[in-house]
Design a protein around this ligand. Structure first.
Ligand code: MG
Length: 259
């Protein structure tokens, strides 16, 4: 179901988004060689609760942690583990969400661990950039497919693969609401975007093939060619003009030139 939020509900989603932005920002300092993905998740949960929010991922369809922590060839839904220890040159995506007074926010960042090779570093940067390109099309009156087309037009010239098995989504009191928001062009133009819809736009971009496989743990997706994958996500508010990004800090919005 697609939900159109009231101004009061949007204010609560703004507050949830600000907490999530702070959590991601505070977590970044811990991303270093030697830390395990288990430790990162534990810190993430502590940060979320320290802001008076609940970790929305914990227990979601049985997910065991507060953050999905996915390293290198892991695309999304990495399960935090004591055994997965970050090393110099890795990339790690942290996807997490919060609930504030019943309202959700969802965002992901991919971090570089120490010094990362040039081409992997480019993948991370271009994945993030594709989000900002995509949301330029996320305005009331456009259709959902306009977002995916913008991301695809930006990404494909680099020779990367866009993940098709997983997509962005509406968000509100539920973490996953309609509509689905693909990061690629579809045959159908999709639903018309309306003011006060809130959606999570989350390009998942692979260095090589678009193809991914689910692993034996029943959660984690990996690239089938073993090449790295990056992920970047924010919760946004659809408006008549450019959208408002709800899960960035004010200084980040200024840096990226978004509302
Ligand atoms: Mg999401």
């Amino acid at each position: 179901m697609v939900t159109i939020k009231s101004d009061k509900e949007i204010q609560l989603m703004r507050e949830a988004g600000l907490v999530l932005a702070k959590v991601h920002s505070e977590l970044e300092q811990y991303v270093k060689p030697g830390i395990s993905t288990y430790e990162l998740d534990a810190i993430c949960e502590k940060l979320i609760r320290s802001h008076g929010c609940l970790p929305s991922f914990k227990g979601y369809e049985g997910f065991p942690a507060s953050a999905c922590v996915s390293v290198n060839e892991e695309v999304v839904h990495g399960i935090p583990s004591h055994d997965r220890v970050l090393k110099e040159g890795d990339i790690v995506s942290v996807d997490t969400g919060v609930i504030w007074k019943g309202w959700q926010s969802d965002a992901a960042r991919t971090h570089k661990v120490g010094k990362v090779s040039g081409e992997v570093s480019d993948l991370v940067d271009r994945t993030r950039e594709s989000f900002f390109v995509g949301i330029k099309a996320a305005v009331a009156g456009n259709h959902v497919n306009d977002i995916g087309r913008a991301i695809e037009d930006f990404i494909i010239p680099y020779g990367y693969g866009i993940v098709e098995a997983l997509v962005g989504h509406g968000i509100g009191q539920e973490m996953h609401e309609d509509p689905e928001v693909p990061n690629f062009t579809c045959a159908r133009r999709g639903m018309k975007l309306r003011s006060n819809m809130t959606i999570a736009v989350e390009p998942m971009i692979n260095m090589g093939t678009w193809d991914v496989a689910e692993t034996d743990n029943g959660w984690t997706f990996v690239t089938t060619d073993g090449l790295p994958s990056a992920h970047y996500e924010n919760t946004i508010l659809i408006r008549e003009g450019e959208p408002e990004v709800l899960s960035l800090l004010p200084e980040e919005k200024k840096f990226y030139g978004v509302l």
